[in-house]
Design a protein around this ligand. Structure first.
Ligand code: NAD
Length: 343
């Protein structure tokens, strides 16, 4: 699914050339032909035969770490699709191998390249809402039945926690600061697969703000990132918000980027009229912006916006959701940080 999108973007991007595609599925030879690229049925042969500057890893999640390690030992920079790996231990092994070989690992949280995320971060962090107190987020949609014909999506790691929530966790970390505690309940009551189809999550951020996140891939809903931003044409556009940030002097709806304040001093009355301020939206092509950034990182012109260790912190906070749901207790995410842009 996502590899096809990356291949199309790389083939169309003047700053780079799509050289080859490795995929054991024979049908993908046609995709390679369509883009004038060489097809390999095995990534090891591709890495041995082609002098590459970079690789985009868009394979099932359990293969991110092993194939990423092969790229690191071949000295090839990479974008690893999210989640960085299927466990924090596997992710750490990949990050440390890349750090040791001087290879850049970018993690495919492409939402970081959406200008609205940068704007929301600036509004929240500049104190434009006063002190941030609450965040409420939803990712809810109904994935079609044919989505589930792919085996790995029905097994642990293939559910909405590691596939969808992880993007929201990454955005919320970036906008609000690190997550220090997670509580969660998960359910697989609708589909009955081994993997969850829904979850309710509580977050505590390092600055003291609290968050709730509701996720499900089994419901019909206009409230999810893709429907709100129109950044993935697989999902119909709704234009609805999926995040609300609330502070002591105002609130922000997202992604529509409207702030809400009340006239006068908020400390002296809640009866005054609301003032809604739209902040305008920049152009939206986050996946393409991610690719151009990757090229700039390879050329040494830019530092990674989201490097392996930053992506690992997002993975650790997301894995805490599974642990909290299993134990029924509050869980602090494993601390994998070095100073990063998120902090
Ligand atoms: N950033 C995003 O918006 C986004 C969206 C969707 C998926 N993803 C992530 O991308 C990854 C892939 O998801 P998908 O839905 O595209 O999966 P998919 O199952 O549609 O595609 C995976 C592809 O990998 C191939 N593959 C399997 N083993 C391989 C190997 N050893 N070497 C090379 N290729 C191999 C499969 O044949 C298949 O073509 C997942 O980790 C997922 O979380 C990210």
């Amino acid at each position: 699914m996502i590899g096809r999108l990356h291949a199309g973007l790389a083939a169309a991007e003047p700053a780079c050339r799509l050289v080859a595609i490795a995929d054991p599925e024979p049908g993908t030879a046609n995709l390679a032909r369509e883009f004038g690229a060489t097809w390999y049925d095995d990534h090891e042969r591709l890495l041995a035969d082609e002098p590459l500057d970079g690789v985009i890893l868009a394979v099932p999640t359990r293969l991110h770490a092993p194939i990423g390690l092969a790229c690191a030992s071949a000295g090839v920079h990479m974008i690893v699709e999210k989640p960085l790996a299927d466990s924090v231990v596997a992710g750490l092994e990949l990050v440390e191998a890349a750090e040791a070989t001087g290879v850049h690992v970018l993690v495919g949280h492409h939402r970081r390249y959406d200008p609205a995320v940068e704007d929301a971060r600036a509004i929240v962090r500049s104190g434009g809402l006063g002190r941030l107190v609450l965040v409420s987020a939803i990712w809810a949609a109904r994935k079609p039945d044919d989505y589930w014909t792919v085996d790995w999506r029905r097994s642990p790691g293939g559910g909405p926690v590691l596939i969808n929530l992880i993007h929201d966790i990454d955005c919320l970390r970036y906008i609000c600061g690190e997550i220090v505690e997670v509580q969660a309940v998960t359910s697989h009551a609708i589909r009955g697969f081994e993997v969850e189809d829904s979850a309710a999550i509580l977050l505590r951020f390092e600055g003291g703000a609290l968050g709730t996140v509701a996720i499900s891939d089994a419901v019909v809903s206009p409230w999810n990132w893709e429907a709100g931003t129109n950044d993935n044409r697989v999902v119909a556009w709704s234009g609805q918000n999926s995040y609300h940030f609330m502070g002591t002097s105002g609130s922000l709806e997202f992604p529509n980027l409207v702030t809400w304040h009340q006239a006068g001093d908020p400390a002296t009355g809640w009866g005054r009229p609301f003032v809604a301020t739209p902040h305008g939206l920049g152009p939206r092509s986050a996946h393409a912006a991610q690719l151009r950034h990757f090229v700039a990182v390879i050329r040494g012109d830019e530092q990674p916006t989201i490097d392996g260790r930053d992506g690992l912190a997002t993975l650790a906070a997301t894995m805490a959701v599974h642990e909290a749901a299993t134990t029924g207790r509050p869980v602090p995410p494993v601390d994998v940080r070095r100073p990063s842009r998120t902090g």
